[in-house]
Design a protein around this ligand. Structure first.
Ligand code: MLT
Length: 264
């Protein structure tokens, strides 16, 4: 499906019924990364998976900022006449969720932060983004995928699940170059969300793979400690893309969290 948001189109899927749950993908992936969750969760809730502008089927319409990504999500909710949703963001999806919380807190029923971090990029991190932009310009998304893929996967997946590794590499290599560059610029300019954490007053679940080297467990613990009443789940044997590396375990903790919302 397509939502017209301002001057661009945002692609999404909307399946299942009941509690709306909005899934926001990582960089440089697209909404299909949530497929492992949908099979089980569509029986329990209304799953809305969105392609951020510049990824999947959403065209790379500038400007690219985390705030714009967040407003695009709200545009999708508006198009579906959904007032509040559980927002599930993994990595860049988590950065987007922080921006959405700052701008549209009333649109949240609850929050799931997976394999993400609150802090802004360090100067070294910004330099790495600049280098990656050069790679995108000269070698395309395949060059970016080649450099990024091993960090995206935990060592267990790299050793034992070549199918998952290959599928994620393929998805990354298919990302439109303009979207990749736009998202890198948006991420390097994003503000520090650490001060935002104490303002989050909806039920929150923090998930991290214990082999995540991009946003390691210590980042998840720091978010968990700063978000009042939040829960933390560490998934053994998963890296940064914990939802595809340990799909059943990831889905189970999200499912249990969604069920717990009945009592909030
Ligand atoms: C992601 O998975 O979205 C990226 O690793 C986030 C980042 O590069 O900071």
């Amino acid at each position: 499906m397509i939502a017209l948001v301002g001057d661009t189109e945002i692609a999404f899927d909307d399946i299942g019924s009941g509690l709306p749950v909005l899934f926001v993908h990582a960089f440089p992936l697209n909404r299909t990364m949530w497929e492992p969750q949908l099979g089980a969760l569509v029986a329990e809730c209304r799953c809305i998976t969105v392609d951020c502008r510049g990824f999947g089927e959403s065209p790379a319409t500038p400007p690219f900022t985390m705030d714009r990504f967040a407003d695009d999500l709200v545009g999708v909710l508006d198009s579906l006449q959904i007032e509040r949703a559980v927002v599930v963001g993994l990595s860049m999806g988590g950065y987007t969720a922080f921006a959405m919380w700052r701008r549209h807190p009333k649109r949240f029923r609850a929050l799931v932060l997976a394999d993400t971090r609150a802090g802004a990029d360090t100067p070294e991190g910004i330099q790495k983004r600049r280098d990656l932009i050069d790679v995108a310009r000269t070698q395309g998304s395949t060059g970016v995928a080649n450099l990024q893929i091993s960090g995206m996967m935990g060592k267990t997946t790299r050793a034992k699940r070549p199918d998952v590794y290959d599928a994620m590499h393929r998805m990354m290599a298919q990302a439109p170059v303009d979207g990749v560059i736009g998202a890198l610029e948006a991420m390097m300019a994003r503000p520090d969300s650490a001060p935002t954490l104490a303002t989050i007053d909806v039920p929150t679940l923090v998930i991290v793979g214990d082999e995540d080297v991009i946003t390691p467990p210590k980042e998840a613990r720091a978010m968990h400690e700063a978000i009042h009443g939040s829960r933390l789940e560490v998934l053994a044997g998963a890296g940064h893309l914990s939802n595809v590396e340990r799909p059943a375990a990831f889905t189970a903790v999200v499912s249990e969290f969604l069920a717990s919302l009945l009592y909030h």
